[in-house]
Design a protein around this ligand. Structure first.
Ligand SMILES: [Cu+2]
Length: 313
């Protein structure tokens, strides 16, 4: 076989692999998500539409997270790099049902693992793992070894394309950082149909309802109300420095919104309810996936919601 023929075959093989990989991704996630993630990977920077002139052509600056021209920090978590910190490759079990460990490090520009983290919302690092369609969601707290490897026992319940977010405050800067990576889990995937708008969810016998508008033009308050059998639940326990923890992600690219609980941090033995209020702002009009963790009788429950921003239906 001569060289041109070998090259031709080699090229053909690459093309076939690429097509197969894309076909798998397409089966797992909507095309819009694939395109958005591809664009993110290519640019090395999230929130392209939020970019300003200073970031044009630049790599490595998550400009959207810092805001442009004094705009509030809103979009984050679309990049594996922010503020000179990198999320290492995430080690996970390869397929569903396999008992294993999820582990990773946060590394600095010199490749050294970061070990100094500040406590925020009760923890040094918050790990959010969500499937691209939003149907699978976990918010957990791994532990760090002395050499800066974060790990937690892990088993995948469902196959698919996931995004893993690490949300933390490094001691070096004191500034919140959210890094993420895409992780694929082998197995037969049954994507959930497109999510419908829903401001109420029942889990473990508790019903959580979100009241308030999500706005893309300013900060607004979302209030979660928890009931059981129609009665208000007034013994919500402190969890992660509040009476609930809300994660909000933009549908389509899973951009990570910053959400602040309202009110003072509760004491260790206090209880509250049925209302928990949060302040947040959507970076763009459109649809958002929200996940509320709350604790009652020592158990943490997760309620899921889908909201459109005010006026975008
Ligand atoms: Cu957390």
């Amino acid at each position: 076989m001569n060289a041109p023929q070998r090259l031709g075959l080699y090229g053909g093989g690459l093309a076939a692999v690429f097509v197969a990989a894309f076909a798998v991704a397409g089966a797992v996630v909507p095309d819009s998500t694939v395109v958005a993630w591809s664009a993110t990977a290519g640019e090395g920077s999230g929130g392209m539409e939020m970019s300003d002139g200073a970031a044009a052509g630049g790599h490595g600056q998550d400009d959207a997270a810092h805001g442009a021209g004094g705009a509030p920090a809103q979009v984050r978590g679309l990049s594996l790099e922010q503020d000179g910190l990198l999320l290492s490759p995430v080690s996970v079990p390869d397929e569903t049902g396999e008992k294993g460990t999820l582990s990773f490090s946060v590394v600095d520009a010199d490749g050294a693992a970061v070990t100094g983290f500040e406590t925020e919302h009760d923890k040094e690092l918050h790990l959010i793992v969500v499937r691209s369609d939003g149907a699978e969601f976990r918010h957990v707290h791994p532990t760090m070894s002395a050499d800066g490897v974060w790990s937690i026992p892990w088993t995948w319940a469902e196959a698919g394309s996931y995004r893993v977010f690490a949300d933390f405050v490094p001691e070096a800067t004191g500034e919140n950082v959210t890094l993420s990576r895409a992780v694929d889990v082998a197995g037969r995937v049954a994507p959930e149909p497109p999510t419908a708008v829903s401001a109420s969810d029942t889990t473990g016998g508790y019903t959580a309802t979100l009241v308030g508008e999500l706005s893309a033009t300013g900060e607004s308050t979302l209030t979660a109300t928890v009931t059981k059998d129609g009665e208000p639940v007034t013994d919500l326990e402190p969890y992660l420095g509040a009476y609930g923890h809300l994660v909000a992600l933009r549908a389509g690219d899973l951009a990570y919104l910053h959400v602040h609980p309202e009110g003072a941090e509760p004491g260790p033995d206090s209880a509250s309810g049925p209302d928990v209020a949060f302040l947040t702002q959507a970076p763009t009009p459109g649809r958002y996936l929200l996940y509320l963790d709350f604790k009652v009788d020592g158990d943490v429950h997760t309620a899921r919601f889908v909201l459109d921003t005010h006026g975008s239906h």
